[in-house]
Ligand binder design. Structure first.
Ligand SMILES: Cc1cc2nc3c(=O)[nH]c(=O)nc-3n(C[C@H](O)[C@@H](O)[C@H](O)COP(=O)(O)OP(=O)(O)OC[C@H]3O[C@@H](n4cnc5c(N)ncnc54)[C@H](O)[C@@H]3O)c2cc1C
Length: 474
């Protein structure tokens, strides 16, 4: 038998995800002397915001900005803490007994933890408009991944469409990196500005205000911005060649494009937590599922905590503080005598409150319009199984009550992405059709493996004699 990639099978704390939350949690748990393992599927630590922080070919520091380079310190601290950080490690199962299945170097292995911190971050919200699956259309996040990891900016006629802070940040990064943007089609509903007003005061006291304003000014000086866009469709035969759009009160217009980058915010990546049986609630402000947590990030499953944007979108600094808080709770539970080696809980909670200041304003301002969340006609909803909005509506019309029943009828949510690209759309479509809340509709019930894993890996997992006897007859 070949040696397993990870030498130990038992850890005090296993942290899943090496973004800001996971790295900060690792620093606290590692420094306190707990045997701490961080598993992350990316090639390098850093998560989304600090992606490729130690390897990026983008050397001019102004291109990605100061917030990006803060990741260097976080990675260095985690590496120096005594925690073991393993990259290229995809966690495909986590259960209520805190057993973790991980795929690494083509082999799968089962580990056991005394505490698990899920720090798997966020995903971009689906943006199902007609033609969004055509070549030439990507998400802003995908564009940013290419920039950070490979130093690439798109060429030709580039159009950005949607809403949210990441769209403006990426536009600025592209311009600083020498790229050009033909236009931004801004889908932020005009009414959101009024609805966000009650949350304006804390926002004006937060760093988001000055940073955000400067970013938008920087972009608007060089890019044509079309505000109040109310419809979007991709035009082209076998690839995108134009974007059709309309502005409130106006007719359809068209703009030639070689690349269209879509974005309408980020939402927690709930797949692993859902598969582990963690209870979730529908967040009416962020329009997504979020886990039910206590003040330490503990979930409804004993021993499993969630930190970072996977706990509800709060941004990178909040992710750091939430990671620290979850790890402090682990130290308190497993090695209370080592508390003197960790940051102060009260100071960390204060820092979290500061980091979360202004978030409510952003949530409401950038809440995407319903027409961009609730598609119709032959717009694809489930990209893996190519299920259209019309098929979903017709099937709901037959009396299907929830996402799991819909799965059985149409296979939507059963492909390799396991619902990450269609789950929210399906929940909201059923809620709209049945006239009930998304909370009442619920979400896909996920089961492991939550990420694709080769059958030969499953077959070669070492098992005990007892486990073998359990399935052998006679
Ligand atoms: C595409 C994208 C780009 C973003 N870019 C920025 C930005 O430039 N600036 C900014 O301020 N915010 C950005 N954000 C917002 C982002 O969510 C940050 O707030 C921050 O990165 C959140 O930190 P986190 O630690 O919670 O999660 P993340 O940084 O998302 O880290 C999660 C980590 O978990 C790993 N992971 C996930 N599932 C598994 C699994 N099953 N097994 C193993 N590892 C797993 C991922 O590989 C990732 O490294 C971005 C979000 C997205 C979705």
């Amino acid at each position: 038998m070949t040696a397993l990639p990870l030498p130990k099978e038992q850890y005090d704390v296993v942290i899943i995800g090496a973004g800001p939350a996971g790295l900060a949690a690792a620093s606290v748990a590692g420094k306190a002397g707990l045997s701490t393992l961080v598993l992350d599927e990316n090639a390098q630590p850093g998560g989304q915001i600090f992606r490729a922080i130690n390897t990026t070919p983008v050397k001019r520091r102004d291109v990605l900005g100061d917030d990006y380079w803060r990741g260097e310190t976080l990675v260095a601290e985690a590496r120096g803490s005594g925690a073991t950080i393993v990259q290229g490690a995809t966690v495909w199962s986590l259960d209520r007994d805190l057993q973790i299945a991980v795929s690494l170097l083509g082999q799968s292995q089962i580990l056991k933890a005394r505490r698990v911190i899920i720090a798997t971050g966020a995903l971009e919200r689906p943006f199902p408009i007609p033609g969004w699956t055509l070549p030439g259309v990507m998400t802003v996040g995908a564009g940013q991944t290419l920039l950070k990891a490979s130093g690439l900016v798109p060429d030709g006629k580039v159009v950005l469409a949607g809403t949210g802070p990441l769209l403006w940040l990426y536009a600025a990064q592209v311009l600083r990196g020498g790229g050009a943007i033909e236009a931004i089609l801004d889908t932020t509903p005009r009414g959101n500005y009024w609805r966000a007003l009650p949350h304006a005061l804390p926002f004006l006291m937060s760093p988001y205000w000055t940073k955000g304003l400067a970013l938008m000014r920087e972009v608007k000086r060089r890019v044509r911005v079309v505000a109040n866009v109310t419809s979007l469709a991709v035009r082209g035969g076998d690839r995108l060649n134009a974007v059709a759009y309309s502005v409130a009160g106006g007719g359809e217009q068209s703009m030639a494009a070689d690349t269209l980058l879509l974005h309408q915010g980020v939402v927690p990546n709930v797949n692993l937590a859902n598969a582990a049986g963690v209870a979730h609630r529908w967040d009416d402000r962020q329009l997504c599922w979020a886990p039910l947590l206590d003040a330490d990030g503990n979930t409804s499953v004993p021993g499993i905590a969630i930190a970072g944007d996977g706990a509800g979108i709060g941004g990178a600094q909040a992710a750091v503080e939430r990671g620290r808080i979850a790890a402090l709770a682990a130290v308190q539970a497993l090695a209370p005598g080592k508390r003197s080696l960790t940051p102060d809980r009260t100071d960390t909670a204060k820092a979290l409150r500061r980091a979360e200041r202004g978030r409510a304003f952003l949530d409401v301002l950038f809440q995407p319009a319903s027409q961009f969340r609730l598609p119709d006609g032959d717009t694809i909803v489930c990209r893996c199984e190519e299920v259209t909005a019309m098929q979903i509506k017709d099937t709901i019309g037959l009396g299907v009550e929830g996402p799991n029943q819909l799965k059985a009828f149409l296979r939507c949510g059963m492909g390799p992405c396991q619902g990450r690209l269609c789950g929210l759309t399906v929940t909201e479509m059923i809620a709209q059709a049945r006239g009930i809340s998304p909370e009442a509709v619920g979400y896909y019930r996920l089961r492991p493996p939550v990420k694709p894993v080769a059958l030969k890996e499953l077959a070669s997992i070492p098992h005990s004699e007892q486990a073998e006897k359990a399935v052998v007859r006679g």
